[in-house]
Ligand binder design. Structure first.
Ligand SMILES: NC(=O)c1ccc[n+]([C@@H]2O[C@H](COP(=O)([O-])OP(=O)(O)OC[C@H]3O[C@@H](n4cnc5c(N)ncnc54)[C@H](O)[C@@H]3O)[C@@H](O)[C@H]2O)c1
Length: 460
């Protein structure tokens, strides 16, 4: 708990804003969460969390005395620190659309007071946006004083599905801006930096965790760190997928190869999973954003472009595997297991399942889809797709000619496949996440390896 409680406003109560509000309230600050969506604010006021994020509802409930939810910006006036956590979706050419950041800055400005206030950009924004926000505040705030009202870039690195662990026990905290403002941020984050807070039941402190490294830098470097980090992670996944394709052709096993190369400390084992390719709200958007920034400066970024191209091709790799076995998809029933872009979230943005359902339907298949959490959201957001929503995994597999495992939910990992296969018409499984670990009574195709492993040596 902080010895120096501050008053904080968090603009935008999506995945990042809610995580930020929960973290800051947990370490002892008083937080107002502000959103333009009345629906979200009404849910939050009623104690409901509008997104699926493990443990977040318990953490928010435990700190409700220090949390207020509103659609009004009035509380900005008394805030020491104001976080901007609004969306920055990609425009048609990949350039991030800054309209929500611009509107948030314009609405913050009239409420700035005569004291020192820090405006923190947590949204992922193109390099130079910090200066742009500063100028917007200047334009819209009558009493704006750049000595008192400083803009800081504090990019967010949380992953959906493990947001609490990532926020409470980060590898690093990146802060870009004027040293005076960074001092205020150091005070705000002191319990996080020193790890003096009590770990909440929903997110215990990992045994080996000590404390985060703080990277103090300029606005521009902080903004670039976020883009470059996401681009590098996307690159790692595309690299694994490219190598996986060759593994299939030469008889190597991508999982053993990934383990073998990842144990080299310079490479690292994480983010080398071959599969359906990346999805979600960040990697596609941020790689495209970086390429568009390069374009603005007449600077090509061929490595990033290749990572995007490989990711797009990976969707087709799955369709190709299906077509090789079934010849044609016309008149075939194909089941898609997993719709969210990754397990433990209901986020459907840029999900591989979206592209696969679209393509399967175009090729004449009758598609049934299932997801343990994201189906209600898909019913609202994927009305342009043609598929049947399954009521259970059993229902999803009923009379299917083939199944594609698209998201590695634990429900699918632990499924009694042999029992469920009985309801199927065909016996083809495209396991695009390599989760089937023992032989089952079906023809299983995996990515970059022969499946199932059977008597082969299990990977440690
Ligand atoms: N989701 C992630 O895993 C993640 C991780 C790291 C960084 N980011 C970045 O953080 C930012 C936010 O992402 P997100 O996933 O939380 O987005 P989101 O779409 O879940 O949430 C954005 C929220 O902002 C609200 N909003 C929009 N304009 C507003 C305004 N003027 N005033 C108040 N509220 C407003 C929306 O109603 C919405 O609730 C993006 O730039 C994203 O790239 C996201």
């Amino acid at each position: 708990m902080t010895k120096d409680p501050m008053t904080v406003a968090v603009i935008g109560t999506g995945y990042v804003g809610l995580g930020t509000a929960a973290l800051l309230a947990h370490i002892g600050h008083t937080v107002t969460g502000i959103d333009i969506s009345e629906e979200k604010i009404n849910l939050l006021r009623a104690g409901q969390v509008p997104i699926h994020e493990p443990g977040l509802d318990d953490l928010l409930a435990s700190v409700q005395d220090r949390l207020t939810w509103t659609t009004s910006y009035d509380s900005v006036h008394t805030a020491d620190v104001i976080f901007i956590c609004v969306g920055t979706p990609p425009g048609p050419d990949g350039t991030p659309d800054l309209q929500y950041v611009v509107s948030a800055a314009a609405r913050i400005a009239p409420h700035l007071n005569g004291h020192a206030q820090v405006i923190v950009n947590k949204s992922t924004v193109p390099i130079g946006t910090g200066d742009y926000v500063q100028r917007l505040l200047e334009d819209h705030a009558p009493g704006y004083d750049h000595e008192r009202h400083r803009v800081v870039s504090n990019p967010e690195f949380l992953r959906e599905g493990t947001a609490l662990q990532d926020s409470l026990y980060p590898d690093r905290i990146v802060l870009g801006g004027h040293p005076d403002a960074l001092q205020i941020m150091a005070r705000l984050y002191a319990p996080l930096i020193e790890q003096t807070f009590t770990a909440p039941a929903a997110a215990p402190r990992p045994e080996t965790y000590t404390r985060p490294t703080v990277v103090n830098t300029t606005l521009q470097s902080a903004e670039m760190i976020k883009y470059a980090a996401n681009a590098f992670l996307a690159l790692k996944i595309s690299f694994a997928n490219e190598i996986a394709g060759l593994c299939e052709r030469v008889g190597a096993d991508i999982e053993e190869v990934a383990t073998g190369i990842g144990l080299d400390g310079r490479i690292g084992t994480r983010f080398l999973n071959a599969g359906a390719g990346w999805g979600g709200s960040c990697f596609g958007k941020d790689t495209a954003g970086l390429i568009s920034a390069g374009r603005e400066h007449g600077y090509d970024m061929p490595i990033l472009q290749a990572a995007i191209d490989i990711n797009t091709r990976q969707r087709q790799v799955i369709i190709d595997k299906l077509m090789r076995q079934l010849r044609t998809l016309k008149g075939k029933r194909v089941t898609v297991l997993g719709m969210a872009f990754k397990p433990d979230t209901d986020d459907l943005r840029d999900a591989p399942a979206h592209d696969l359902i679209t393509r399967l339907h175009q090729l004449g298949a009758t598609v049934t889809a299932h997801d343990p959490i994201a189906m209600p959201r898909a019913a609202r957001e994927w009305t342009h797709l043609t598929y049947r929503e399954a009521s259970s995994v059993q229902d999803a597999l009923h009379r299917a000619d083939a199944v594609i495992i698209v998201t590695e939910w634990s429900d699918y990992r632990t499924l009694d496949w042999n029992a469920h296969l009985k309801g199927m018409r065909g016996r083809l499984i495209i396991d695009a996440r390599n989760i089937i670990r023992t032989p089952i009574d079906a023809h299983v195709e995996q990515i970059g390896r022969e499946a199932p492993v059977g008597e082969r040596r299990a990977l440690t």
